[in-house]
Write a protein that binds this ligand. Structure first.
Ligand SMILES: NC(=O)c1ccc[n+]([C@@H]2O[C@H](COP(=O)([O-])OP(=O)(O)OC[C@H]3O[C@@H](n4cnc5c(N)ncnc54)[C@H](O)[C@@H]3O)[C@@H](O)[C@H]2O)c1
Length: 424
């Protein structure tokens, strides 16, 4: 029996459990979505503190609400655990573990490999295994398939395997998990059919493709598209600054074209777990197969070093005001990597602060979503924006414009103000 043949009622009788491996930004909302739709869900994570928080109804990630978590826990449909034995017998296992970068910007697949081993150890014949973690094209076939085949038999017959890239956008209220289409790339047509039937329980639209590699590459195309376009306008920003043009006005003008163009905006750099990281998986794989993606590599470097360009601007403004950087007090407004979220992973603000401190500046920050940050081993706390504080700084730098921050108020009180944000 599979989802392709069952209704919600019959599934409850069958007690078909779903295991989600890794309950972070991506895995937790998936687990809660299935629990909400009447599936028994085992949420497995190696982090004891994270599981303890979940059991107390604290989601710890912005992609799930405490209300949804509490409802799922109280219903008994969702069981968070650090015990992998509970994955045994699950009809589907969905892997959502981190795929970060190792030093040197190369893929770090240690979490994925560990999760794949856990899944292979506890999977039983008939299981459907899905990888959601972003990785290079070939990961599902090269890492998961051999492990599962050695224990379960033939793919598409004895078990089902495929890649379904995550498309979560933390903080996006218009496009959520349920109304964002999902690409499904099964190892075989039968695998794709099983996986589509499973995902149709929680999302409105699935788009089947011919292989996991197509799905893996499509995910990296999406993220690389953003990285390349942001790098392009970051370069254009420099050109405009040199030639005395307002880059925002230029982009707004171009955006009046109703076809063949979509606006991207310059900024302090790219942050988060996806846009600065995932394209490196593609660039790395392209080098391995001797087909380098030079445009992408250049874009990645441009965006990675953008915060340093902004630090040079800060130094120049202070110099012109007769304040050497080593004696300056700089206030950073917004350290999260994008507005209205609390996420500082790979946030450009951290590199800006680190470099300013290294140059001898005193740096404070204000962020209503982020109470503390660690920079070069030192902890900084978000400061309250009193009138006295604002009047006492040498320069305020707007890095991330949270909607609840009164930027006009800050602008009026500080002696100098640099806005690194752009947009319509
Ligand atoms: N965060 C996003 O917005 C986003 C969007 C699209 C895709 N992705 C991709 O999704 C994947 C997961 O990202 P995330 O943001 O959810 O990561 P995360 O760090 O928020 O969560 C991952 C969870 O996996 C757990 N974990 C690590 N190793 C494990 C193991 N061996 N077994 C079980 N649990 C394990 C961690 O403890 C953590 O709780 C990554 O590949 C990421 O690139 C993330």
């Amino acid at each position: 029996m599979s989802w392709a043949d069952t209704t919600v009622d019959s599934r409850q009788n069958l007690d078909e459990r779903i295991g989600v491996v890794g309950l972070g930004y991506v895995g937790l909302p998936v687990a809660l979505a299935y629990a909400t739709h009447g599936f028994h869900v085992v949420g497995y994570d190696i982090s004891q503190t994270h599981i303890a928080a979940l059991c107390q109804g604290i989601p710890e990630v912005v992609t799930a609400t405490a209300d949804d978590l509490t409802t799922a826990l109280n219903s008994g449909w969702f069981v968070p655990t650090t015990n992998a034995q509970h994955l045994q017998g699950c009809a589907a296992l969905i892997i959502c573990v981190p795929t970060p970068l190792a030093p040197g910007g190369i893929p770090d697949l240690s979490a994925l490999q560990a999760a794949a081993s856990t899944v292979a150890e506890h999977a039983h014949p008939g299981v459907t295994v899905i990888l959601e973690s972003t990785s290079y094209p070939g990961t599902t076939r090269e890492i998961l398939l051999p492990l599962l085949e050695s224990r379960l038999g033939k793919v598409g017959v004895d078990f089902f395997l495929g890649f379904v890239p995550e498309r979560i956008d933390p903080g996006n209220k218009a496009y959520r998990l349920d109304n964002t289409p999902r690409i499904v790339g099964g190892m075989t047509p039968e695998c794709t059919r099983h996986i589509v039937a499973l995902y149709q329980q929680i999302v409105s639209d699935c788009y089947p493709v011919s292989s996991p590699e197509v799905a893996e590459t499509a995910k990296l195309l999406e993220n690389s598209f953003r990285n390349i376009n942001i790098a392009w306008v970051n370069e254009l920003l420099r050109f405009c600054q040199e030639t005395g043009l307002d880059v925002d006005e230029v982009i707004r003008a171009a955006a009046t074209k109703p076809f063949g163009y979509m606006p991207f905006w310059p900024g302090p750099g790219v942050g988060g777990e996806c846009i600065p990281v995932d394209p490196r998986y593609l660039a790395w794989r392209a080098r391995v197969v001797h087909s380098p993606l030079y445009l992408l590599e250049h874009a990645l470097d441009t965006n990675d070093w953008q915060p340093l360009y902004e630090v040079d601007q800060i130094k120049e403004i202070l110099n012109q005001a007769g304040r050497p950087i080593s004696q300056a007090l700089v206030l950073i407004i917004g350290v999260a990597y994008k507005p209205d979220v609390a996420d500082v992973r790979n946030a450009p603000a951290l590199l800006v602060i680190e470099r300013l401190q290294k140059a001898g500046a005193r740096v404070m920050y204000h962020d209503p979503y982020v109470s503390t940050i660690d920079v070069s081993g030192n902890r900084l706390r978000s400061v309250d924006l009193s009138k006295r504080l604002l009047q006492g700084v040498d320069l305020a730098v707007l890095v991330t414009a949270h909607s609840s921050v009164d930027v006009d108020h800050i602008y009026r009180l500080v002696p100098r103000f640099l806005d690194l944000t752009h947009g319509a």
